[in-house]
Design a protein around this ligand. Sequence first.
Ligand code: PHE
Length: 339
Amino acid sequence: MNMKDTLRQMKEEALEKINEVGADLEQIRVRYLGKKGELTAVLRGMGQLSAEERPVVGQIANEVRANIEEALTRRAEEMKAKALEMKLKAEKLDVTMPGKAPAMGHIHPLTLVQRDLEDIFMGMGFSIVEGPEVEYDYYNFQALNIPPEHPARDTQDTFYITDKILLRSQTSPVQARTMEKQKPPIRIISPGRVYRSDPVDATHSPLFHQLEGLVVDKGITMGDLRGTLDVFAKKEFGEDTRVRFRPHHFPFTEPSAEVDISCFSCGGKGCKLCKGEGWIEILGAGMVHPHVLEMGNIDPNEYSGFAFGFGIERIAMLKYHIDDMRLLYENDVRFLKQF
Ligand code: PHE
C-alpha cells in the first residue's frame, strides 16, 4: 500500500472511531496525532519519498491532520452539548407544580391568653415589666410581709436553690422590685412563670404562669381596684360579666380579697363550669399593705396602692373549656391546633 492510501485509510478509520458512541477522544488524538502517533510515523517515513511525491504526500498528510483535528473538536463540542442537555433534562424543574405547604404552628393557648391580658391592661395605661424566675427569698417572701417561719410560706412551698435563693412561687416579688426601683405613680403588670412543689394533677403543675398587677399613686382606693378588675372581666369574659369580692387574707395586702366573676357560661344561674355556683374564683387582690410600701421606700402616708395576681392557666382553662391542665404542657399538636 502506498503512503497516500495509508493516509486516506487512516483518516477514514480515525473519523469512524471519533464518531463511535462513547469515544475516548483524548485516546484517539494520542493514537493518531501524538508524538508516537500513526500520522507522525507516516510523516517520519517521508524521507524515503521522491522529490515530486513529497509535497503531494505532505499536503495530504496535512489535510488528514486537519480533518482529524476538526473532527475531534466538533465531536468534543457535540459531547459537551449532549452532556449539558442530559443534565438539564435530569434536573428539570416544573415551576408550575404546587409546592408543599409548610406546616404552620399555632400560638399556644397560654400565650394567646397572656397577650389578651397584656392588651387589656396596656389599654388601661399599664406597662409590662418582668422579674427573674430565680429569685431571692427576700423579694419572694420577706419584702412581701412574709418573714421566715411565717405560715404563708407553707402554702407556697417551692424549690430552694440556696437558703436565700429560690424559684419564685408567685409573681408578687415583682411588686417589691418595682417599688424599690420606681417612684409612684406606678402602674405595671408582670406576667411570667412561677414554681411550686405541687404534684402534677388536672389542676396543678410545679410550673405555671401568673400575671401580677400593681398600681401605686396618691389617693388610690379599693374603688380603683374594683373598677380596674371590672374592665378586665368584661373585656376578657364578655360585657355582661360581673365581679364579686370576698374577704380573704394575703400578707402583703390589707384588706385582701378573693375575686370571683359571674359565670360567663350560664350568666350566673349555675352550670357545670361554675359547679352550680354562678360564680368562678379568678384571682387574688387587695390594697398594698402599708408595711410593704415602706419596705419599698414609699411613704404609706402619702401613697396607697392596689395589687392583684392571677393564674394564666386558670383563665385559659376556663375560657377554652380545657379540663386538664396537663394538656397545656404536653404540646400535642392535635390539641394545640384547636386554638
Ligand atoms: N401572689 C398571690 C398568690 O399567688 C396572689 C396575689 C397577688 C394576691 C397580688 C394579692 C395581690 O396567691
